[in-house]
Design a protein around this ligand. Structure first.
Ligand code: FES
Length: 144
């Protein structure tokens, strides 16, 4: 049985939304200390809707496929929905990832939340930190 689904291979080979948005409204950059992979997400936001999204990922194939799928899932969505995107949803949309590669999809969830938080910070929009559960790094240390 193949280790990676067709969808993972497709998004790895033909990643959607690769690149940079000049004058992005929100930028999120996160990394995983263990594997050293880095993911950066750029958002263009109009009226609370993600009108454009691009990513740059310096990382493994699963991280690239996760970023690609995550950008597709949030494009055109209101921020309220964008903040609900979990790594589980990204993984499911990819028809699964091997267990030791699940952390790659976590990067996508974190990078997106961090980009929305950046947008809120830059625009002086009030928020509750609980809206960004994946950015709670104390929690990260507890994991494994
Ligand atoms: Fe770390 Fe994939 S191995 S993001």
């Amino acid at each position: 049985m193949a280790l990676y689904s067709e969808k993972v291979m497709d998004h790895f080979r033909n990643p959607r939304n690769v690149g940079v948005i000049e004058n992005a409204d929100g930028i999120g950059e996160v990394g995983n200390a263990k594997c050293g992979d880095i993911m950066k997400i750029y958002l263009k936001i109009d009226d609370d809707i993600v009108t454009d999204v691009k990513f740059e990922t310096f990382g493994c194939g699963s991280a690239i496929a996760s970023s690609s799928m995550a950008t597709e899932l949030i494009k055109g969505q209101p921020l309220s929905e964008v903040l609900k995107l979990t790594n589980k949803a990204v993984t499911e949309a990819l028809d699964g990832l091997p267990a030791h590669k699940l952390h790659c999809s976590v990067l996508a969830e974190e990078a997106i939340q961090s980009a929305v938080k950046d947008y809120y910070d830059k625009n002086g929009i009030a928020y509750d930190p609980a809206q960004f559960p994946s950015l709670d790094h104390d929690h990260d240390h507890e994991e494994e």
